[in-house]
Every structure is written in C-alpha cells, then in structure tokens.
Design a protein around this ligand. Structure first.
Ligand SMILES: [Zn+2]
Length: 73
C-alpha cells in the first residue's frame, strides 16, 4: 500500500510488472473517491540484511496430487 501524493489517502496496487530481478513497476489507484489519482511507482531491491550460506542443494520433490500419495500402513 502506498499513500496518494495528492490527498495522502491509501492507494492500492491495481497491477504490477517485473522490470528486472531487482525492480518491479506497480500501478496504483487512490481509494479516496473524491480523488481517484492513478500513478506508477517502482519497487527496488536496496540491500540484503542476511544472505544464506553453506546451503546443500537438493532436488525439490515432484509435484503430486493428494490421491497419488502413498500413506504408511
Ligand atoms: Zn488521492
């Protein structure tokens, strides 16, 4: 949620598009019915707080539906 730069009311995301791995563009619409301002913002990665390390990579489990799971007896 962003605040509208015109009336300072809440504005909600209407759509978004990934511009790069670190930047997303969002279209916002002000929720104040007397304003209705629509605008564009960029959401950008700034810095890491903690970075994972010493990871032992594994294969993800194959996707199965519940009916395909074998239950232990
Ligand atoms: Zn507004």
């Amino acid at each position: 949620m962003m605040r509208c730069s015109q009336c300072h009311g809440p504005a909600h995301t209407r759509s978004s598009c990934e511009m790069s791995i670190t930047t997303k563009e969002r279209y916002y619409q002000c929720q104040n019915i007397n304003c209705g301002h629509t605008f564009v913002c960029h959401e950008t990665f700034i810095r890491s707080i903690s970075v994972p390390h010493n990871i032992n990579h594994v294969q993800a489990h194959p996707t199965v539906t519940e009916s395909q799971c074998v239950l232990p007896m």
